[in-house]
Design a protein around this ligand. Structure first.
Ligand code: 3SL
Length: 244
């Protein structure tokens, strides 16, 4: 009898490991819980039409000079000369409704670019966790969760998200890689107290030093948004805008 093969679910714990994975024909879920993919979700909730992710501050500056709204963050701080940094609270404004926003962040926008070989790229955060889970189950394609990490190093918050997503979809995918098992184990142990766990993370401590730790609490909320931003043709949009 022919063995039934399920689609696979894998986790890439840092972008530095991406060369080891074949993304062709697969769906990537990029996550940067603190804070890029969380902030992108907020911007869409507040009506932004599209986000153009760029890897370099210089590229964002070119767009700024041509009149587009721009957000730039490096090392947790807003880069001088741009309209916004990368706090989710920066994007809770009416002014961005129906606008295009160019965005560059230390790790998140870079991870998006490094995932460009995938068939589809979704933006995942705790804010839209269930929506991402529903989407990948419905599409039934092999999935790779790309954790943006911190400057190519492993981080706790993105791994926690990968584990949360794995827990929601585990009956639908083959999950044999150790990174997924590790992420899911961390999630299972910590799911009832995300905040105190993430407060131990190096990025949370960086936030504390910068006085922006209220962003952590915001970014750890689950399922407050019911949409899945997708990268297509170099732009991030939500479903209603992708359908022509
Ligand atoms: O690295 C990133 O992409 C950012 O999310 C980092 S920060 O949260 O803005 O510090």
């Amino acid at each position: 009898m022919k063995e039934e093969t399920k689609t696979t679910f894998e986790v890439v714990l840092t972008p530095a490991l991406l060369p080891l994975y074949d993304l062709k024909g697969k769906t990537v879920v990029v996550t940067d819980i603190l804070r890029a993919t969380s902030s992108m979700c907020v911007a869409f909730e507040y009506g932004i039409r599209q986000i153009i992710p760029v890897s370099h501050v210089e590229d964002a500056m070119v767009h700024r000079k041509s009149g587009l709204k721009t957000a730039a963050e490096r090392d947790g701080q807003k880069v001088e000369g741009f309209d916004f940094g990368n706090s989710p609270f920066d994007f809770m404004i009416k002014e961005l409704e129906d606008q295009s926003l160019v965005m560059t962040t230390t790790n998140g926008t870079k991870a998006i670019h490094l995932s460009s070989n995938a068939e589809r790229i979704y933006i995942g955060s705790f804010l839209n966790l269930q929506a991402v889970a529903d989407r990948i189950i419905k599409e039934n394609k092999s999935v790779v969760v790309v954790c943006s990490g911190w400057k190519d190093k492993f981080n706790l918050e993105d791994t926690l998200f990968a584990g949360a997503l794995a827990a929601l979809v585990e009956n639908e995918f083959d999950m044999n890689d150790d990174a997924t098992i590790a992420a899911k184990t961390i999630w299972d142990v910590q799911k009832n107290d995300l905040f105190s766990f993430i407060k131990k993370a190096s990025h949370a401590q960086r936030f504390e030093r910068l006085g922006i730790d209220k962003d952590i609490e915001f970014c750890l909320q689950q399922n407050i948004y019911n949409f899945v931003p997708e990268v297509a043709d170099g732009m991030i949009k939500v479903e209603k805008d992708l359908v022509q």
